[in-house]
Design a protein around this ligand. Structure first.
Ligand code: NAP
Length: 263
């Protein structure tokens, strides 16, 4: 079955307390298929707002160690055994200037939140998804990368690198899971209206160029419903199609060659 959001029965969305994650969570909950949506984030007032909008809300800091992450995933599976879809939108963005002092703690946190926590969450959900897949139930893993995964922005060097790593992971994961019912859809936004840039005080300047969140959400849900392997828009789409799309076939061929050699 195609990995479309229309086949999802229960969707866990991280980063659901603002911006892209929140907009996708609300739009997914409003789909004609009416999947159950669980929104995850840290801010309690925002989580309460999700509940008011009819979305289950769970508090979790994804900047957690692997034991806490495993416990959280197990708790979610026990509470919501129908979970078949992950939209992994939690993310942070920090500037880094190598000509000045580099805050390695901030770099490590950014890498953890934007990459390792997502990899860990996927790996802890995987046995649950494999069981569902074996019974014919389609599952979907949708990490949120960025157009900056394909062309880095030098002033947010570590952010760009974390998203490039996540994009690479999506490509490998998709090929590894080809013979299962678990689809991988990479969501790759361009610059979009959100709170992401508040931490660096660049929101006002960027708001002159960003894609309105409502427009972004509409286009992204359409790609999600079609089951595009990479859902990207605007500049992110241009960069993906020019530099990354031609590689996707090669990733698949590399896996086939490796499988032949290991026989
Ligand atoms: N907006 C853009 O221009 C753009 C472009 C490309 C990619 N993206 C990506 O899109 C995703 C969503 O970002 P956004 O633009 O919507 O930004 P946003 O409005 O700042 O939302 C970020 C979300 O991540 C959550 N989050 C951050 N750190 C967390 C932590 N330690 N634990 C749990 N949740 C955490 C926040 O929730 P709490 O603070 O409540 O925990 C919030 O819900 C990110 O992965 C971002 O990199 C955004």
């Amino acid at each position: 079955m195609a990995p479309s959001i229309d086949n999802s029965r229960c969707v866990l969305v991280t980063g659901a307390t603002s911006g892209i994650g929140r907009a996708l969570a609300l739009a997914i909950a409003a789909l004609p298929s009416h999947p159950k949506v669980i929104g995850v984030g840290r801010r309690k007032d925002r989580l309460a707002g999700l509940k008011d909008a009819g979305i289950d809300a769970e508090e979790f800091d994804v900047n957690a160690d692997r034991v806490k992450t495993k416990n959280f995933v197990e708790e979610m599976i026990q509470k919501y055994p129908e979970i078949d879809t992950l939209v992994l939108a939690a993310g942070v963005q920090r500037e880094v200037n190598f000509k000045k002092e580099v805050d390695l703690d901030a770099i490590a946190t950014e890498l953890h939140v934007n990459y390792f926590s997502i990899l860990a969450m996927i790996s802890f959900f995987m046995p649950h998804f494999m069981t569902k897949s074996a019974s014919g139930q389609p599952c979907l893993i949708a990490p949120v990368t960025s157009g900056l995964a394909y062309i880095p922005a030098p002033w947010i060097a570590n952010y760009s690198a974390s998203k490039a790593a996540l994009h690479s992971l999506c490509s490998s994961l998709r090929v590894q899971l080809e013979d299962t019912e678990i689809g991988v859809i990479e969501i790759s936004p361009p610059l979009v209206e959100s709170e992401l840039h508040d931490a660096e005080g660049t929101t006002e300047a960027l708001s002159k160029f960003w894609m309105p969140l409502s427009e972004y959400t509409k286009e992204t849900i359409a790609g999600f419903q079609r089951g595009d392997s990479v859902v990207c828009n605007g500049m992110a789409k241009n960069a993906y199609e020019k530099f990354e799309k031609p590689k996707e076939q090669m990733v698949s061929e590399m896996a086939k060659r490796a499988a032949t050699h290991s026989k």
